[in-house]
Ligand binder design. Structure first.
Ligand code: NDP
Ligand code: 8X3
Length: 256
């Protein structure tokens, strides 16, 4: 397969863990230069150290919160290479309470990160892509953007918003050569459930118990495949489950 991302600049939000980190690793392997974002600066530094040790690429760290539009703007004002690929991956779920019991702060965190973070980065980076008539925006959605499940009201709402925003972004860029894509995974074993259950590792582990979940690399490979298509090909969305999952709420456990 032809390597089309070598020496390009790929900006990955949420690269300190899970899908984002796996995406950084696979893009680095293909020779893409990287801008790595996340709030945990020490993790970004550690990842950069590993990647530049193994691959001849440039890695720039962007340790800001995607909710902070000014910080994002400030970073981009001081970063001159054109960004070829933007992977809007940073995101999270908080809690599984029903609508009538949920915590408003959790809702704010999810809306501000999963929706407004994606809006901020896309609004800031897409004008240059349009001007250059080249680029690729790849959003990490979720099966939660295709269906809704009890206890996931606002998380599902945010991922439905990502789906709508991805589709509208493609239409706004209609007629240009800028590509817009989305990946919609089911269960991926990352730090996602630990974050959702606020550090309760027992509850987090139960999510993946007695089944074989996806791993970050599975999704990273799809992002890499999308980015590496010939320039006339735009993959809009990919829904990907572990074999043991058939919907948000249908998960087969080996002990059943
Ligand atoms: P992880 O918790 O392992 O990784 C989440 C990443 O997002 C971390 O790098 C975290 O970095 C970053 N992040 C969170 N909030 C912010 C913020 N405000 N600013 C910048 N970075 C932030 O989870 P996943 O890898 O699983 O999640 C990645 C994406 O995949 C999310 O959008 C999630 O909704 C989606 N997804 C996950 C699925 C799953 O089952 N795991 C399934 C479907 C979709 P830091 O804390 O250092 O800021
Ligand atoms: C994460 C997968 O099923 O918890 O987006 O919504 S799920």
């Amino acid at each position: 397969m032809q390597n089309r991302i070598k020496e390009k600049w790929t900006f990955i939000t949420g690269a300190t863990a899970g899908i984002g980190k796996a995406t950084a690793e696979i893009f680095a392997k293909s020779g893409s230069n990287l801008v790595l974002n996340g709030r945990r600066k020490n993790r970004l530094e550690e990842l950069k150290k590993q990647l530049v040790q193994h691959y001849s690429i440039e890695v720039v760290l962007a340790p800001f919160d995607v909710r902070d539009r000014e910080a994002a703007q400030q970073f981009l004002d001081n970063f001159s290479p054109p960004i070829d690929i933007l992977v809007n991956n940073a995101g999270l779920a908080k809690g599984v309470e029903a609508v009538f019991n949920a915590h408003l702060d959790d809702w704010d965190t999810m809306v501000d990160t999963n929706i407004k973070g994606v809006l901020n980065m896309t609004r800031l980076i897409s004008p240059e892509m349009k001007k250059r008539n080249s680029g690729h925006i790849i959003n990490i959605g979720s099966i939660a953007g295709h269906e809704s499940y009890p206890g996931g009201s606002v998380y599902c709402a945010t991922k439905h918003a990502v789906k709508a925003f991805t589709e509208a972004t493609k239409k706004d860029l209609h007629g240009t050569k800028v590509r817009v894509s989305m990946v919609s995974p089911g269960l991926v074993e990352t730090e996602f459930s630990e974050v959702r259950f606020k550090g309760d590792t027992d509850r987090a582990n139960e999510v993946y118990e007695d089944m074989n979940p996806l791993i970050g690399e599975d999704i990273a490979e799809i992002v890499h495949f999308m980015a590496n298509r010939p320039p006339h090909v735009n993959i809009m969305d990919t829904v990907v489950f572990p074999v043991a999952q058939s919907s948000s709420t249908m998960v087969h456990r080996d002990n059943e």
